[in-house]
Design a protein around this ligand. Sequence first.
Ligand code: ADP
Ligand code: MG
Length: 335
Amino acid sequence: MGEFDLIRRFFQRPATPGAGIHAAPGVALGVGDDAALLAPAPGMHLAISSDMLVQGRHFFADVDPAALGHKALAVNLSDMAATGARPLAFTLALALPQADEAWLTAFSAGLFALADAHDCALVGGDTTQGPLNLCITIFGEVPAGQALTRAGARPGDDLWVSGSLGDARLALLALQGQLALPPAALAVARQRLERPTPRVALGLALRGIATSAIDLSDGLAGDVGHLLHASRAGAVLYAQEAMNLVASWASPMGLEPFLDDETRLRHVLTGGDDYELLFTAPTAARAAVQAAARASATPVTRIGHIDASPGLRLRNAQGQEGPLPPVASFDHFRA
Ligand code: ADP
Ligand code: MG
């Protein structure tokens, strides 16, 4: 199978026909020409983000290819969610050690299942032989002036987070044999690691409500730091609410206390790979946040508040504030 055969068979679909045919909303020209053409609606800004996944760094060589296809797009959709942008289209740059049909079939099925769920068309890319490596660039649209950014959190705002945190890291440690999880907890945690749910609908529903947002890829402690830096503010995190965000710990079969409070808190703060939204909103907008959560069928939890004194502090169950335990978020050039 040659390069162009491979592209035609696995990445060019009847749904995204080539030259001259309108492929999908917002897409004027898809796969097959020298460039794709996007047609964002008038008054819209184009939101653009890239994420690269490297074997041995972001996934194991033997990872389920369907899950890899899902995750490669999910991490990019998550950036659209954090921007409050509606995904339009994406490109896929792919280096493959060999043209393995079974692998490509599963990978493209996982990729397109998520793409279709979000009406996001594959409009181009590049394919080359080499060590397995994938890079997706995603394009979305957001009304000019309405994008959610990391700046904009104000003292007094509530700090909210969607879904659950810490489970992806727990799954990773379990798969590496560094930690034992009860089977039911591992199943929950592994799903979070391999098939994260990008919170696109929540991001859209939070336009005009949230004052700032970021998606959590490298651990809460580090990512909230990026938001605080951009907003020039500080924050207090509620330890009890934060540690209860570990979904696998609360899973029905996982009720035996296999993780102590401190361990749960550490994985919530430093875990990474969660792809949840962290966002701020004024206290007066609590009902609006809850309505956005219901409308997007996404659970949200209030886990802290913004204040004017710089840095991040932790409030314990007794209401006492103290420094964060020494934690580090993920950094490719330090880890
Ligand atoms: P060019 O040489 O003009 O850059 P290529 O020959 O690399 O184009 O690719 C041919 C067409 O296939 C282009 O439309 C390109 O965007 C598309 N394409 C290449 N690889 C992929 C891929 N992995 N997924 C989707 N489209 C791809
Ligand atoms: Mg060309």
